[in-house]
Design a protein around this ligand. Structure first.
Ligand SMILES: Nc1ncnc2c1ncn2[C@@H]1O[C@H](COP(=O)(O)OP(=O)(O)OP(=O)(O)O)[C@@H](O)[C@H]1O
Ligand SMILES: [Mg+2]
Length: 385
């Protein structure tokens, strides 16, 4: 690894490049500005959420090799907001240009495919649900019975917010799934079948490792998904021996594979066991609370990790926190009232759409439950989405 430790920063330096223009990229840009770190964004449209806040914005599709190459050459270091890019192209461009892309394209490649991601978890002895590869209807039937008649089929590639996730709990549901099977977009990349986990609640944690090998983790949080989409997050969870041990093994995992940057990890809590659902090699929706609940947020921690700055677990600013996603409910222009018990993070998307993540609100309070009550009330009463 190159020696970037404690690198001095300054506005005269070449920018950190961010691939993508959505809300995650926007929040990375805003936090880079706060640190005086120049950033550049590559995205399709000049009204993309991140393009609106970046002085150095370059138009281009993320699958256009030429555009990627000329963008990367302008940068000191490159990162991304989505793992669904062509990891092989990025790997080749990293070699060609000598510019580091972090997290490394090799990690992106393993994680962007559900099958290799599962293997990565198993190889590193991390707890995850039993799974089988499914490429055709016969394998789907076999997996259904082998995994106990309650499974979740997941597209291997490009799944998000529940697009590409099919819960099948009865033989009748299996027939419905199979009837659609051949027309599911992206089916050519294949599926995995996972054993259905009867969880009591879903959890998440952010873990980071910097370019010189130091790691940290943020608190465990509880997340609620509605229609497979995150609605709210609250925390911190009270720690116990199991959670502490898992956080430690996740930090060790990042060390072992030599990962650089922040990683989001989604989990199921069955009451007895903790089971990893999925990994995201980037900043993550479940970590947005950190913008207002921690002394240092996930975006800053990610940027510091890839720049090789020192890492230290950030202090909690109150005993409880919560985040509520503002999801579009209509196609009308949103309107809202602002009060001083919440912090609003609006993404500046040009169109409101049902289910679209338009922004989020954060609150802190003396307990997680009190913070959650505040954001729930505000989201419902004060936002016309
Ligand atoms: N094995 C499982 N057992 C029970 N429920 C599951 C299982 N896998 C997924 N789910 C449910 O479906 C939701 C979406 O699944 P998952 O997170 O794997 O998919 P995704 O669409 O890629 O989501 P994301 O946008 O978080 O990447 C989970 O949050 C969980 O509620
Ligand atoms: Mg998920």
């Amino acid at each position: 690894m190159r020696s970037q430790q404690s690198s001095l920063l300054g506005p005269q330096l070449k920018p950190i490049g961010i691939l993508g223009g959505g809300q995650l990229a926007r929040m990375l840009v805003l936090k880079a500005h706060e640190m005086g770190v120049p950033v550049a964004v590559l995205s399709e449209n000049d009204d993309d959420p991140a393009a609106q806040v970046a002085r150095q914005w370059f138009p281009g599709k993320l699958n256009d090799r030429e555009k990627l190459a000329s963008f990367i050459k302008r940068c000191r270091l490159v990162t991304f907001e989505s793992e669904f890019l062509d990891a092989e192209v990025l790997e080749a461009l990293q070699k060609e240009t000598g510019v580091d892309i972090l997290p490394r394209p090799a990690d992106m490649r393993l994680i962007q495919d559900r099958l290799s991601q599962k293997k990565l978890l198993v190889d590193n002895k991390l707890p995850t649900s039993a799974y089988l590869q499914v490429d055709d209807e016969t394998q789907a039937r076999d997996a259904f019975s082998e995994l106990g008649g309650r499974v979740v089929f997941k597209k291997r590639r490009f799944g998000y917010d529940g697009y590409g996730t099919f819960v099948v709990r009865t033989p009748a549901q299996l027939e419905t799934f199979l009837a659609e099977f051949s027309s599911i977009p992206g089916r050519e990349h294949g599926f995995i079948a996972e054993k259905f986990i009867p969880f009591k609640r879903e959890l998440a944690i952010m873990v980071a490792r910097n370019a010189v090998g130091k790691t940290l983790h943020l608190p465990f949080v509880e997340t609620l998904q509605e229609d497979s989409r995150c609605l709210w997050v609250k925390g911190p969870l009270k720690t116990n021996a199991k959670l502490t041990a898992l956080a430690k093994s996740l930090e060790k995992f990042l060390k072992r594979i030599g990962y650089v940057g922040i990683m989001g990890i989604e989990l199921f809590d069955t009451g007895k066991d903790l089971v990893i659902n999925e990994l995201a090699p980037r900043v993550h929706n479940s970590g947005h609370y950190s913008l207002d609940a921690l002394f240092e947020d996930q975006f800053t921690i990610h940027l510091k990790s890839i720049m090789g700055c020192d890492l230290k677990p950030p202090r909690l600013l109150d005993k409880g926190f919560a985040m509520y996603n503002l999801l579009g409910r209509t196609d009308r222009n949103p309107q809202w009232r602002l009060t001083n018990d919440i912090k609003l993070h609006w993404y500046g998307k040009n169109e409101n759409r049902r289910g679209r993540k338009m922004g989020h609100i954060n609150a802190i309070a003396v307990t997680p439950e009190k913070a959650l009550a505040i954001v729930k009330k505000r989201a419902i009463q004060d936002f016309e989405l």
